[in-house]
Ligand binder design. Structure first.
Ligand code: NAP
Ligand code: GLV
Length: 330
């Protein structure tokens, strides 16, 4: 194909090196944003005016205004499962399919959730600082005591792919598992996962560990705020690897700083990155990682492959293998 006939694509960050990138270059002129910081919104506005395909990340805001000035845009492919940064109704109204990367990151994200849960339960980060700070003098019967997992109750909010993968891990630790989700699972699936449905209030008041796994939407924004923290046990530990603004950060700070709950472990914050003057960073009972749920070599390569395959399908006018707004094909 002569360059004049090639599609034009903008990729908003460097991707892992995967063979699919070469396949993409056979059919498109590919421009990749090579800086560490994401392109600004004004850069995105400029780029979308002349492209056929956009491969974006969760840090890129793809809103109605941007879509309105993208006359040739045929496909948006997001390298993430969550797509709350994209105005899906606006994309659908313009006939633009949006792809995402479900499934391939489920286990990696559940693993990170589990690592955070165990680290918070057993105060691993505090213990590490204790040792490096030269405070380890002897074995002490009451030094750095934490919580048992075995025999405790885990409350999973949002029992989708990742929530279920977390439930499978919890079974191996002999935990009782409650869940609250938009839809109740079939009884046979509840039984095989070993989970019990509970209303959110019940789950919050009965769980020792609460792990959030819903998508971010208007319904789940600040799902966990002052009133919900008041329902929790004073020994409760909150884990959030979903999206930062599902939790009201001020209410979280209040709950942690007054020992209304025992601790929290967050892979996601509101905003991201967390500002260095955030009061949360001054608390010992919170662990924060920089949104690394899917950050394993294998998983990120699979996400890149999936995102490029979605992009290629969209450029070729084919159905995206993983499409968020597949009502476009009905
Ligand atoms: P999923 O399979 O769609 O699971 C989400 C679950 O939340 C579904 O069961 C959904 O119910 C439920 N839900 C949605 N809205 C709800 C509401 N208002 N109240 C109660 N439950 C609700 O998605 P997933 O693949 O597990 O991913 C979940 C989220 O994790 C993503 O959207 C993303 O934000 C986040 N994530 C973070 C990382 C990270 O790096 N930290 C990595 C991957 C994903 P329905 O079945 O009714 O839709
Ligand atoms: C990461 O947060 C994702 O949604 O894939």
């Amino acid at each position: 194909m002569s360059p004049a006939n090639l599609a034009r694509v903008f990729i908003t960050r460097r991707l892992p090196q995967v063979d699919e990138l070469e396949q993409l270059r056979q059919i498109a002129v590919v421009e990749t944003w090579s800086e560490r910081q994401p392109p600004t919104y004004s850069v995105l506005l400029e780029k979308v005016k002349s492209i056929d395909g956009l491969l974006c990340l969760l840090t890129d805001s793809i809103d109605r205004q941007l879509l309105e000035i993208a006359p040739s845009l045929k496909v948006i492919s997001q390298m993430a499962v969550g797509y709350d940064n994209i105005d899906i109704p606006a994309a659908t109204a313009r006939g633009v399919p949006v792809g995402n990367t479900p499934g391939v990151l489920t286990n990696a994200t559940a693993d990170l959730t589990w690592a955070l849960l165990m680290a918070a339960a057993r105060r691993i980060v505090e213990a590490q600082s204790f040792v490096r700070g030269g405070q380890w003098l002897t074995w002490e019967p009451t030094l750095l005591l934490g919580a048992d997992l075995s025999g405790s109750t885990l409350g999973i909010v949002g029992l989708g792919r990742i929530g279920q993968a977390v439930a499978r891990r919890a079974r191996g630790f002999d935990m009782k598992i409650l869940y609250y989700s938009r839809h109740r699972l079939e009884p046979s699936l509840e039984e095989s996962l070993g989970v019990e449905y509970a209303e959110l209030k019940t789950l919050l008041s009965e769980s020792d560990f609460i792990s959030l796994h819903t998508a971010l939407s208007a319904e789940t924004y600040h799902l966990i705020g002052d009133r919900q923290f008041q329902l929790m046990k004073s020994s409760a530990i909150l884990i959030n690897t979903a999206r930062g603004s599902i939790v009201d950060s001020q209410a979280l700070y209040q709950a942690l700083s007054t020992n209304q709950i025992a601790g929290a472990a967050l892979d996601v914050t509101d905003p991201e990155p967390i500002p260095m003057d955030s009061p949360l960073l001054k608390l010992d009972n919170v662990i924060i990682t920089p949104h690394i749920g899917s950050a394993s070599y294998q998983t990120r390569a699979k996400m890149a492959q999936m995102a490029i395959n979605n992009l290629i399908a969209g450029l070729e006018g084919k159905r995206l293998p993983h499409c968020v707004n597949d009502e476009l094909y009905r």
